[in-house]
Design a protein around this ligand. Structure first.
Ligand code: SAM
Ligand code: DTB
Ligand code: SF4
Length: 329
C-alpha cells in the first residue's frame, strides 16, 4: 500500500505569522483537501481520538454594561435574564466537584463583567485556589484585566484565562461598541505576561463574511504567541439580542473555520464551543475530523443549553473518542 503524501505546507507546523491570503487559501480548498490538511496537522501534534473536556459555570450572571450584540447577559437587551450576584465560594466548589465527577479536567468560571473590581477579584482568587485544590485545571473569563489583576490571578493558581477576539477587526464594530479590539489585545497581553495560558477564539455565524472569518483566524494565529486554547463558538441566537434572526450560516463553513484554526494553530487545542446543542452528532463528528479537540460538557454553558452529559458520553463511545487527561495542552 502506498503512503498518503503529506503536503509540504502541513509539514511546516512551527508557530508563525499567518497572512490573510494564506488563511484565505485554506478556506478556498475543496472540502476533502481541507479536511485532509487539518487531519495531517492534527495527528502530528495530538492523539486524534483524545478530546479535552471543560465545564463552564456562570459565577455572576447578567446585568453586564457591555453591548456585545450576541450576548444574552448584556443589560442593553431584553432577554429575560436577571442580573445576579457573585456566587458563594461553597456553591462554586460544589459545582466544580460535580464537574470533576462527570469527567471534566478543567473548570471555567465566567462572570458578566466589563472588568472585575478588586474586591470581586479577591473572591474569584479564592475560587481559583479552591478549584485547584480539587485537582482540576482552572480557567476564568471575567472581562478586561489590568496587568496587576492578571498577576493576582496567576498567584492564586489560575491556569487559563478566556478572552476572545470574537471576530475580525473590521466586523468587530458591528458587534460591540463599548470596548474596542485594542482593549482586547491589551488584556490578552497582560494575561500572557502574567504567565497564564491564553484561551482566545471567536464566534461564527453572526452575519460576518468569509473575509471576516479569515481575518479572525489570521488575527488569532498571528498573536505574539498563538493561544493555547482556541474556542470556536457557533452563535447561539438568543431572543432579544440584536443578532436573533440572523440568517443561519452553512454549517460546512463552520467546519471550514475549525479546520483553518487547526491548520493555522497546529499546537493549540481547538474547542468546539457554544452551539453544539443545535448541531447534529454528524456535524460535531465533522468538526472533530477537522481538528476540534475540546468541548464544554454539562447541560448548561453560561446561560444557554448544552448537550446532556449522557448524550456526549454516547457520542464519544460511538466515535471512539476519549477524554484527554489534564496537562495535555
Ligand atoms: N464578560 C466576559 C467577556 O466578555 O470577556 C466573559 C464572559 S463572555 C459570555 C465569553 C464569551 O462567550 C464571549 O466573548 C463570546 O465569544 C461568547 N458568547 C457569548 N454569548 C454567546 C452566544 N450567544 N453565542 C456564542 N458565543 C457566545
Ligand atoms: C467561549 O468562547 N465560549 C463560552 C466561554 N468562552 C466562556 C461561553 C459561551 C456562552 C454562550 C452563551 C451563554 O450560554 O450565555
Ligand atoms: Fe458582557 Fe461578556 Fe456578555 Fe459582552 S460577552 S455583554 S462583556 S458578559
Amino acid at each position: 500500500m502506498t503512503a498518503i503524501p503529506v503536503p509540504a505546507e502541513a509539514a511546516a507546523t512551527a508557530p508563525r505569522f499567518w497572512s490573510r491570503d494564506e488563511v484565505a487559501a485554506l478556506f478556498a480548498l475543496p472540502f476533502p483537501d481541507l479536511i485532509f490538511r487539518a487531519q495531517t496537522v492534527h495527528r502530528r501534534h495530538f492523539d486524534p481520538c483524545a478530546v479535552q473536556v471543560s465545564t463552564l459555570l456562570s459565577i455572576k450572571t447578567g446585568g453586564c454594561p457591555e453591548d456585545c450584540a450576541y450576548c444574552p447577559q448584556s443589560l442593553h437587551y431584553e432577554t429575560g435574564i436577571a442580573a445576579g450576584k457573585l456566587m458563594a465560594l461553597d456553591e462554586v466548589l460544589s459545582a466544580a466537584r460535580a464537574a470533576k465527577a462527570n469527567g471534566a479536567s478543567r473548570f471555567c468560571m465566567g462572570a458578566a463583567w466589563r472588568a472585575p473590581n478588586d474586591r470581586d477579584l479577591d473572591r474569584v482568587c479564592a475560587m481559583v485556589a479552591g478549584v485547584k485544590a480539587l485537582g482540576l485545571e482552572s480557567c476564568a473569563t471575567l472581562g478586561m484585566l489590568s496587568a496587576v489583576q492578571a498577576a493576582r490571578l496567576k498567584e492564586a493558581g489560575l491556569d487559563y484565562y478566556n478572552h476572545n477576539l470574537d471576530t475580525s477587526p473590521e466586523f468587530y464594530g458591528e458587534i460591540i461598541t463599548t470596548r474596542d479590539y485594542r482593549d482586547r489585545l491589551d488584556t490578552l497581553g497582560h494575561v500572557r505576561d502574567a504567565g497564564i495560558h491564553v484561551c482566545c477564539g471567536g464566534i461564527i455565524g453572526m452575519g460576518e463574511s468569509r473575509e471576516d472569518r479569515i481575518g479572525l483566524i489570521a488575527a488569532l494565529a498571528s498573536l505574539p504567541e498563538p493561544p493555547e486554547s482556541v474556542p470556536i463558538n457557533f452563535l447561539v441566537q438568543v431572543e432579544g439580542t440584536p443578532l436573533a434572526g440572523t440568517g443561519r450560516l452553512d454549517p460546512f463553513e463552520f467546519v471550514r473555520t475549525v479546520a483553518a484554526a487547526r491548520i493555522a494553530m497546529p499546537r493549540s487545542v481547538v474547542r468546539l464551543s457554544a452551539g453544539r446543542e443545535e448541531m447534529s452528532d454528524e456535524l460535531q463528528a465533522l468538526c472533530f475530523l477537522a481538528g476540534a479537540n475540546s468541548i464544554f460538557a454539562g447541560d448548561r454553558l453560561l446561560t444557554t443549553a448544552n448537550p446532556a452529559v449522557e448524550h456526549d458520553r454516547a457520542l464519544f463511545r460511538r466515535l471512539g473518542l476519549v477524554a484527554m487527561e489534564a496537562d495535555r495542552e
